[in-house]
Design a protein around this ligand. Structure first.
Ligand SMILES: Nc1ncnc2c1ncn2[C@@H]1O[C@H](COP(=O)(O)OP(=O)(O)OP(=O)(O)O)[C@@H](O)[C@H]1O
Ligand SMILES: Nc1ncnc2c1ncn2[C@@H]1O[C@H](COP(=O)(O)OP(=O)(O)OP(=O)(O)O)[C@@H](O)[C@H]1O
Ligand SMILES: [Mg+2]
Ligand SMILES: [Mg+2]
Lengths: 249, 249
């Protein structure tokens, strides 16, 4: 049974793409067959995993009835890791989606035949617009990265409200798998303070594994390799392998 | 003559709010009368400058014809610095705006009577949606913060295309005041590489002053004070004062 997971947080730059790519890659290194669906028009996850400019994308998947998931899915250089790439055309699709009767369900319709994938991860843009709503409607679980900075806590309540509304009206399967603390800087008291606040506010929902700030994580996208390939002995790689173990645990 | 400046970049978490608040505050410390307009539904700039929950906001300004700028503008604790606060209602306003004939000009209509302000800075959300389009249509200049990380370069061409389109059809006054490199980490070669790439790609358009990564900048929002008040001797405060000098220079 394929498990579908959305990575979402409308706050920008909190590590959604970093988490989506590196958690998916870590699970694929444990021999789970994993698909990454890039639903962000910025196409950062696509750029992270491939140097090529894909022919078709999730934009076609959402807007053209005849396009199926296998028509756009690419094999990556990394075993057991496939990619449904994004393109800049997706930002126009967001506006066009609003004219469709089934505007929230476009992605869900296309993620039905997932033979052979153990996990599907969906990267989303920094907003609670129709692209993120499509991801949350199509998924079974959502993981929320929270940067260990002051602003990061602000929007989480609104995000959880949106998740609850979607669960009630659009997708009864949806649950919050957990919160992951990202860009944790051991050298500053700020990270520790935010960690305590988040663990108290969302008791029992926060992964034990914390993703540290690590320059290798900032470098790996330019090498188009996930951290476990680019810098396997880095603190970033170790953290993601631990997170993957905790995720399947 | 009031100069109106939008801070924009659809990439999330690149330091838009940090730049908007701290550049505005630095200019107000030079005795320029400065207004900050928060057009981001996350209301991070509002949270940065005030502990109170404002009564009315830029949501009312955009959606209610009878509400004027002075009805929502607040004095802050910082001399010469006023705030037109945001609220979460602004995210719904973005959808409602799309039904208005003059959808791109709602903010411009309200920023006509700016008596006594030397500068108006507008903070925008991480998207090129109608809120950012309203900011770019109302402004004379746009400043683009670019984080010195790999993904940061990706979206700038699309942003510049949007600025050109708005300049041609909606706002002939609009020009790019410049690009500011943010979150610069002297310890890593990544920042240096991105800086060289950006300065070569946008020759002559990049401010000399670079904003360094500085934990005091990450801490100052939780104290609801701009960096020049919270930590006046920090590298962050010095950088913003230099940027402000370069900006007026
Ligand atoms: N733990 C980390 N250590 C160092 N750099 C990181 C870390 N996590 C992410 N980054 C870098 O920080 C930047 C922001 O991360 P990322 O792009 O993953 O955030 P995002 O939430 O996906 O952003 P957006 O809201 O634009 O989609 C990127 O340049 C990324 O490479
Ligand atoms: N130079 C810096 N040094 C350290 N921390 C910084 C710096 N600039 C910004 N930050 C912190 O990094 C985070 C992201 O910055 P900020 O919120 O200003 O970006 P943004 O582009 O406005 O994000 P969004 O896309 O969500 O609007 C914030 O927690 C902020 O306090
Ligand atoms: Mg992203
Ligand atoms: Mg912001």
């Amino acid at each position: 049974m394929t498990v579908k997971i959305a990575i979402a947080n409308q706050k920008g730059g909190v590590g959604k793409t970093d988490l989506c790519v590196n958690l998916a890659a870590s699970l694929s290194s444990f021999s789970f067959n994993t698909l990454l669906v890039d639903l962000d028009p910025q196409a950062n996850a696509t750029d992270y995993l491939t140097r090529n400019n894909p022919q078709s994308s999730t934009c076609d998947l959402l807007m053209k009835d005849e396009i199926k998931l296998e028509d756009i899915t690419l094999k990556t250089d990394f075993p057991n890791l496939s990619l449904a790439p994004s393109s800049i055309g997706l930002s126009a699709a967001q506006v066009q989606l609003a004219n469709e009767v089934n505007m929230q369900f476009r992605l869900k319709r296309k993620l039905k035949a997932l033979d052979g994938f153990d996990y599907v991860f969906i990267d989303t843009p920094p907003s609670l617009g129709l692209l993120t709503v499509n991801a949350l409607t199509a998924c079974d679980q959502v993981i929320i990265p929270i940067q260990t900075h002051y602003f990061a806590m602000d929007g989480v309540t609104k995000l959880l409200d949106t998740v609850n509304t979607i669960k009630e009206d659009l997708n009864p399967n949806l649950s919050v798998k957990g919160i992951v603390l990202t860009m944790y800087d051991r050298r500053t008291s700020l990270s520790k303070e935010v960690e305590e606040k988040v663990r108290n506010a969302f008791r029992g929902k926060v992964f034990k594994t914390v993703i540290p700030i690590n320059v290798k994580l900032a470098e790996s996208p330019s090498h188009h390799q996930p951290i476990i390939t680019y810098a396997p002995r880095s603190t970033g790689a170790k953290a993601y392998l631990n997170l993957a173990k905790e995720f399947v645990g």
